[in-house]
Design a protein around this ligand. Structure first.
Ligand code: TXA
Ligand code: MG
Length: 319
């Protein structure tokens, strides 16, 4: 079973495990990541193995500074502007991969691009100490809800990894925003912790939305972030036997009859709702209901990323 250690005690053992090509679960400002040395093929293979992840799905490479990033990828002007504005932070840039940069091809699934992100805090310090970039997908079983606490990581992957560094609940609670600049403009491939509006403000121009073809629409297999219960979005009422994922101060009809209820944000604050989203879905799922009704949530600002994740959690399952 994985050991869960507070950050100050976890740093040295995490560093030693990473240097030895092992994987470690670490907190980032978005969600917990399952990290391994991105230049070590065995370490990267261990990440896929622990997650049960389809091999064609490429991983995000985490760096500690712009220097490290520029050794791995070529920055166009728009991407550089975004890195300067949002790094370290919840923004991932898809960039042209440099040849001989040392990133193992398993990380990029053979693509000629690489997804790069500079995280805040513990993960960044670990990368700086290791002196090598870390590949880190969210630290959950492939297709399941991303973990926002150390305990959620241990519940999901505990039997398959040695160490979880415990930094408490992650402040953003949703994965990073993934953007890619191209000839037609800057496109948001996955909405996330940085809002579309914030990206547009930084660029001074509008962004494109939605994945282009195929792999570009990332880990974005139709059913992703799946709880066991079915999810019924934009519910106008709670039906018998349902649990309720609420939002804001006012309840929909039948709320008092819900088997279980959790509110993403009593005051209707989207930032608070994002931070609570995965934890509340998991907690309601544990009530063992067949369906979780979800109250309407506005789609502006961080609501775009929340709606994206809820849509995937509600998608028909292939299992
Ligand atoms: O906040 C986050 O981004 C978290 C933390 C741990 O950093 N990481 C995360 O990683 O969400 P993951 O592996 O669960 O999602 C990474 C996404 C995948 O959907 C993958 O398809 C996409 O990034 N991706 C990776 N490389 C790509 C590339 N070259 N082009 C397009 N998409 C890419
Ligand atoms: Mg993930």
């Amino acid at each position: 079973m994985a050991e869960i250690l507070p950050l100050k005690d976890a740093f040295e053992p995490a560093l030693a495990l990473l240097a030895a090509g092992e994987v470690v679960a670490v907190p980032t400002e978005t969600v917990y990541g399952l990290a391994g040395d991105a230049t070590n093929g065995e370490a990267v293979a261990r990440i896929f193995e622990a997650k049960g992840r389809p091999r064609f799905n490429p991983l995000i490479v985490h760096v500690c500074d712009l220097d490290m990033a520029r050794k791995i990828a070529v920055f166009d002007a728009a991407s550089l502007k975004l890195a300067q504005r949002f790094w370290p932070g919840p923004l991932t840039l898809v960039l042209k991969l440099r040849e001989d940069c040392g990133i193992h091809p398993l990380v990029t699934a053979g693509l000629d691009t690489v997804a790069l992100r500079m995280p805040q805090g513990f993960a960044r310090e670990l990368i700086a100490a290791l002196g090598r970039p870390l590949a880190a997908p969210s630290a959950n079983n492939s297709g399941r809800i991303s973990p926002t606490t150390a305990q959620a990581v241990a519940d999901d992957l505990g039997a398959r990894i040695r160490l979880v560094a415990d930094g408490g609940a992650t402040p953003v609670g949703l994965e990073s925003t993934i953007v890619k600049a191209g000839p037609e403009g800057v496109r948001i491939l996955r909405p996330g912790g940085v809002t579309g509006g914030e990206v547009e403000a930084a660029l001074g121009s509008p962004v494109l939305r939605g994945g282009a073809a195929g792999i570009e629409a990332p880990g974005m297999l139709a059913s992703h972030y799946a709880p066991d219960a079915a999810m019924r979005l934009d519910a106008g009422e709670v039906r018998p036997g349902e649990a309720l994922l609420a939002f804001g101060p006012r309840r929909i009809a039948g709320a008092e009859g819900a088997v279980a209820m959790l509110n993403l944000s009593e005051t209707g604050d989207l930032r608070e709702a994002a931070a609570n989203l995965y934890g509340h879905i998991k907690a309601l799922d544990r009530a063992g209901v067949a369906t979780i009704a979800v109250e309407p949530i506005p789609h502006d600002g961080l609501g775009e990323a929340i709606a994206d994740r809820l849509g995937r959690a509600a998608a028909p399952r292939g299992r």
